[in-house]
Design a protein around this ligand. Structure first.
Ligand code: ARG
Length: 618
């Protein structure tokens, strides 16, 4: 059960006449400090202000009316008009005892079951996954797990970028520079090599064109001497000549144009390019699958951009016929409210784009799953795209589902800039995972020398992957964070390894006492609240549903990690202060063992909703 929700319902019923029960209920919170009880109702001041009454009088009225039994007796009035609620110890004990036999730790079916589509991971295929893909994959996976644990219907969709310009690059690279024996030996590596090679062919010219724009303008006007003089003054300019800049720009542009032609041919059904695409795709997908398997990430569907290709013309036509999409300078656009630039849905050359396929995707998802909520777990740099997409979709009539861009910040290297390898490449995801596992292995080797090597390797894999996920999920997703492996695998602090360690530590208590947790649960011992630390831990365990509801409502897995960190710390204090195996009486011993067992179950469930496994020993 969700205590906060139950209290809110009671307070809503006792809202003073003429005031809004929903906002009064919303002002009920967990108490900010133990001296204010367990929960506080803070809405009396606002009501007093609106009705020109004394806030304490309002509070007294509510305190007299509200019935919180059997959870708590009537609230205590504090300060200018706060209402402090203290949950009965006996009720906490009884609830916890019931949880021992509840296999979902108090999570119940939602009153309103929602259908939620989570669009996440969604990498552009044909290039290896890199560190930047961690966030969408891990955050999306966690939100999907949280929503389904709360009893909602979840569809996990990997909206692959499998139709974009990167295929034009690879196809052109294949036609001109392929190494067939390398491809036969390892297709993905060869495709990645081609991709990087084309990028390397295009990039320098683009950079020159940007950095030396004025120089090139002067050159085009035939003012070679002025161009030379200007170039010498610009950063790195003396290392080049106007001619070398001009040649490089032309060379890059020629390659870029050629790859664009290949993309266009693919899209217009050219048989050769289509066949190449079909030949490359399974290899690209298999490489992605390897990473997903290792991370334990699953999808219900992987409907990439290519899937929507044959719907795009109709979508644009439908939008045109409704007068939503209009011609503009030869292209087709939608003018969306609140945005300066129009939303481009068909380019001047007739090509459809990212926006067109996202519009088709919305229509398809509505028809297929009729979702209540659609989450797009995508980098914050795409905020403008999603703002325009959602506005366009609403005016198109898709206004009865909630569309949310679950944005996130960047992962930074030690220099506080987006992470790069030493030679300037983006860091491949596979190698990041290997590094994390290696770092975890060092910690495990030091900490658990008594485990055999095979077991230490298994634990290191779980701890290393958990460390990466936890570090990511414990950030407020909107902020950037610095990738610091040593911190991530540390056994203390707010880390995955600390949570896993807390879990294993509880398991070791049971091993030491030779107690079978199943048998303990089956005996359903009464939970005795005899000290403040037991009470604090007990209440925390009961608050798991609250943490999950909040994480889901705010789309923030870090609400869950904060909860778990707090839970693990409360357990730690409890374990320091309260003897468990050596408790004074058998009843107290069983009660404390049960408290430990419930903590372990809450940690395990919470971690599983972050996509993180636990180990019995570490
Ligand atoms: N493939 C895109 C990228 O890598 C992300 C796609 C996100 N989902 C979507 N429906 N637009 O930038």
């Amino acid at each position: 059960m969700n205590i906060l929700a139950a209290l809110r319902a009671r307070f809503a019923q006792s809202t003073p006449l003429g005031s809004d029960p929903a906002s009064f209920a919303a002002a009920v919170r967990q108490a900010s400090e133990p001296k204010f009880g367990d929960y506080q109702a803070n809405g009396c001041m606002a009501i007093a202000k609106a009705t020109k009454l004394n806030p304490r009088t309002v509070a007294e009225g509510v305190a007299k009316n509200v019935d919180l039994e059997p959870m708590a007796s009537s609230p205590e009035i504090a300060g200018p008009g706060f209402l402090n609620v203290r949950i009965h110890d006996a009720w906490i004990g009884a609830q916890l005892q019931a949880l021992i036999l509840h296999n979902r730790l108090g999570l119940v079916e939602p009153a309103l079951k929602k259908t939620v589509v989570v669009d996440f991971s969604s990498p552009n295929v044909a290039k290896p996954m890199h560190i930047g893909h961690v966030r969408s994959t891990v955050i999306g996976d966690s939100l999907a797990r949280i929503y389904s644990a709360l009893g909602h219907e979840v569809i996990r969709d990997n909206h692959l970028g499998d139709w974009g310009s990167q295929f034009g690059m690879i196809i052109w690279g294949w036609k001109n520079h392929r190494d067939e024996s390398a491809y036969a030996a390892d297709p993905v590596t060869e495709l990645a090599r081609l991709y990087r090679m084309i990028q390397a062919g295009i990039k320098p010219g683009e950079t020159f064109a940007e950095n030396y724009k004025k120089v090139l303008e002067l050159d085009a006007q035939g003012k070679l001497i002025e161009a030379d003089a200007l170039l010498a003054k610009l950063p790195d300019g003396h290392a080049h000549t106007v001619e070398s800049v001009r040649t490089q720009v032309a060379k890059s542009k020629a390659i870029a144009d050629a790859t664009r032609v290949e993309t266009a041919k693919l899209h217009s059904g050219d048989l050769e390019n289509r066949a190449l695409w079909e030949q490359f795709m399974p290899h690209c997908l298999a490489a992605l699958q390897g990473i997903y398997d290792r991370l334990g990430v699953k999808f219900d569907v992987q409907l990439g951009e290519s899937f929507y290709d044959n719907m795009l013309a109709d979508v644009v036509q439908e939008l045109e016929s409704r007068g939503l999409a209009v011609a503009s300078e030869g292209a087709t656009v939608i003018f969306t409210e609140g945005s300066n630039s129009p939303f481009l849905i068909r380019k001047r050359d007739g090509a459809f784009n990212y926006a067109t396929s996202d519009l088709a995707t919305i229509k398809y998802r509505k028809q297929t799953w009729n979702p209540d909520l659609l989450l797009y777990v995508v980098d914050h740099r795409q905020s403008d795209h999603f703002k325009q997409l959602f506005t366009a979709a609403r005016s198109w009539g898709y206004d009865d589902m909630t569309l949310e861009h679950v944005a996130f910040g960047a992962i930074l290297g030690n220099d506080r800039r987006p992470m790069k390898t030493r030679d300037g490449d983006v860091v491949g995801l596979e190698s990041v995972l290997n590094d994390a596992v290696a770092a975890a292995r060092t910690v495990i080797d030091t900490n658990s020398p008594d485990l055999d090597a095979e077991e230490r390797a298994r634990v290191a894999e779980i701890v290393g992957l958990g460390a990466i996920k936890y570090a990511d999920l414990s950030q407020n997703r909107l902020s950037d964070y610095v990738f610091d492996l040593d911190k991530m695998v540390a056994l203390n602090g707010n880390t995955g390894a600390y949570m896993q360690y807390a879990y294993a530590r509880i398991r070791s208590i049971f091993r030491r006492g030779e107690i079978d947790p199943e048998a303990l649960r089956a005996s359903n011992p009464p939970l005795l609240i005899t000290t403040p630390t037991e009470r604090a831990l007990a209440l925390k365990i009961l608050q798991l549903p609250e943490a999950l509801e909040l994480a889901a409502a705010e789309l923030k897995p870090n609400v869950l990690t904060d909860y778990l960190f707090d839970l693990a710390n409360k357990f730690s204090t409890f374990f320091e202060e309260c003897p468990v195996l050596k408790a004074e009486t058998p009843e107290l011993r069983n009660s404390r063992l049960a408290l430990g067992d419930l903590t372990a179950r809450a940690l395990k469930l919470g971690l599983s909703l972050l996509g993180i496994d636990v180990v019995e020993r570490m």
